[in-house]
Ligand binder design. Structure first.
Ligand SMILES: C[S@@+](CC[C@H](N)C(=O)[O-])C[C@H]1O[C@@H](n2cnc3c(N)ncnc32)[C@H](O)[C@@H]1O
Length: 195
């Protein structure tokens, strides 16, 4: 990791996630966290009364995250290794913020749908889902997003009983470097019946 990203995790990444809407005391789920470029700033924002659940299927990346959390004395990071399943092992309406940052392109459409439905279940009614739709058309397209635009991704989330609330742009982390990027925030429709 370059020093730039390491500094970003503790400084501008913290500011960016505050702008996105993270607050002290919240319960955050960082799905597909890898080495925690967003887990670490999220843990700084939510503080000792909050929790960041960091979920990934790659043990090695999670080991690296564990070391970083320890080095930063962040006791509010809870690491969860999965086998890649879309069922989330959390109680209904227990999570304030779900982060899908640079991860949805790994999942086939049917799995993305299951994942959005799980978010409907685990997220509090006043919580929000924040998505960084990287690797879409015109943005280094790969994997399941190679033929989808950022607007297509937005629409598929809206179709699963969310409404788009706001877009936040800035210098953000991608892999082990920094780039200009935007995240999209969604909230649950009030009259949804997916739970
Ligand atoms: C490109 S990285 C993004 C990491 C981080 N969210 C960020 O933006 O810096 C994607 C991560 O998602 C993880 N991932 C992909 N599909 C997953 C799944 N079904 N369940 C859990 N983790 C998954 C990969 O192992 C990888 O670590």
């Amino acid at each position: 990791m370059t020093e730039d990203v390491e500094t970003w995790e503790k400084e501008n990444g913290v500011k960016f996630l505050r702008k996105v809407g993270l607050r002290p005391g919240q319960i955050v789920l960082d799905f597909g966290c890898k080495v925690g470029h967003y887990t670490i700033p999220a843990a700084f924002v939510v503080g000792s009364k909050g929790i960041v659940y960091a979920v990934d299927k790659e043990q090695q990346a999670l080991n690296e995250l564990q070391q970083k959390a320890r080095a930063n004395n962040l006791k509010n990071v809870k690491i969860i290794k999965t086998s890649g399943q879309t069922m989330l092992d959390f109680e209904s309406e227990s999570i304030d913020v779900v982060l899908f940052y640079d991860v949805l392109h790994y999942l086939e459409k049917s799995d993305r749908k299951k994942l959005y439905q799980e978010v409907q279940r685990v997220m509090k009614q006043d919580g929000f889902l924040s998505v960084y739709p990287k690797h879409t058309v015109g943005n280094d397209p790969i994997q399941e997003f190679r033929k989808l635009s950022s607007n297509d991704v937005k629409r598929e989330i809206e179709n699963l009983d969310f409404y788009f609330e706001e877009k936040y742009c800035g210098v953000i982390s991608h892999d082990d470097s920094l780039n200009q990027g935007c995240v999209l925030n969604f909230r649950k429709n009030e009259d949804n019946n997916c739970i």
